[in-house]
Write a protein that binds this ligand. Structure first.
Ligand code: 2YH
Length: 280
């Protein structure tokens, strides 16, 4: 799993309104709309829930320690969605202690391996990897004009790729998996086969030659080589670093969605509140 660095986060907070607009242009929905769509809930009802939900983002010093602006950026994304979030003045266990004593409704916190959200009202826990996969899959479905009976290529068979594949399959999408490690695609294939139709591609060249709807969840630069890009492709790319080069992103223009934090945090926020929202 890739650990974010401060360069990945720079500019996210200030860029939220513009990013939201770009998402609307690409999918017909903004950050909140896509996250709600990923969970199958109405954004109107979710907006109401969010307005009365308070969150502390607790910085974590364990492992490689605090990433400058990480917690502030997570809080900015939550605020943009309408949640009352702030960075806790305390780190680690003291931050959890303070959140409980102050009676806040939720906590978001990340160490080097896991980024979790906790709803302190009902003990619901959400994970960033699962939410990222789910919400990018929903965004790809919107770019594709629907998921049912469409063929999707999922590149990268870790937790993000798995969650994305499950979300696509839940609406009748047909999945081909590719991972640089064949054992990883085999393992995921075994887990997904009872759910629906899943194939494994032997090479990225073969996989990209036969697919135009791609979910790139691989944590590797150049996982989708420029030479294999096609003008008909639509790609949702939550992997960090992005598997598509800057030149590839430029080439695909409005047919690519890539971010390092925004959609995943939006998915976590909706996931935390989903029990109290009405369905789409
Ligand atoms: O970037 C990460 C991990 N890769 C988890 C992401 C899961 N998709 N963690 C961020 C660490 C933040 C740091 N501990 C802080 O500033 O609190």
């Amino acid at each position: 799993m890739t650990r974010l660095v401060s360069g990945d986060i720079k500019g996210i907070s200030a860029g939220l309104p513009a990013y939201d607009q770009r998402l609307v242009f690409r999918t017909g929905m903004g950050l909140l709309g896509i996250a709600c769509h990923g969970h199958g809930v109405s954004d109107v009802s979710m907006r109401e829930q969010m307005a009365s939900f308070t969150v502390h983002v607790v910085p974590v010093t364990a492992g490689q320690g605090i990433i400058s602006q990480f917690s502030a950026t997570v809080a900015a994304i939550l605020n943009f969605l309408g949640i009352q979030a702030r960075v806790s003045p305390q780190t680690d266990n003291a931050g959890i202690d303070l959140a409980c004593k102050e009676g806040v409704d939720g906590i978001l916190m990340a160490d080097d391996h896991q980024f979790v959200g906790l709803n302190l009202r009902n003990r619901k826990v959400v994970g960033n990897s699962e939410e990222t996969g789910r919400v990018f899959a929903a965004a790809l479905g919107l770019m594709a004009g629907g998921i049912s009976a469409e063929e999707f290529l999922v590149v990268g068979c870790g937790p993000v790729g798995e969650a994305a594949a499950k979300r696509l399959m839940s609406e009748g999408g047909r999945i081909t998996l590719f991972d640089i490690d064949p054992a990883a695609s085999e393992r995921l294939h075994k887990r997904l086969s009872p759910v629906g139709q899943v194939c494994i591609a032997g090479s990225i060249d073969e996989a990209l030659a036969h697919h135009s709807l791609i979910l790139d969840a691989s944590p590797a630069a150049n996982a989708i080589p420029d030479r294999l890009l096609d003008a008909n492709m639509r790609i949702a790319a939550p992997g960090v670093p992005s598997g598509i080069s800057d030149m590839g992103i430029e080439y695909l223009q409005e047919r690519v969605i890539h971010d390092k934090l925004e959609l995943g945090v939006a998915g976590m926020a909706v996931g935390l509140l989903i029990e109290s929202a009405s369905r789409e």
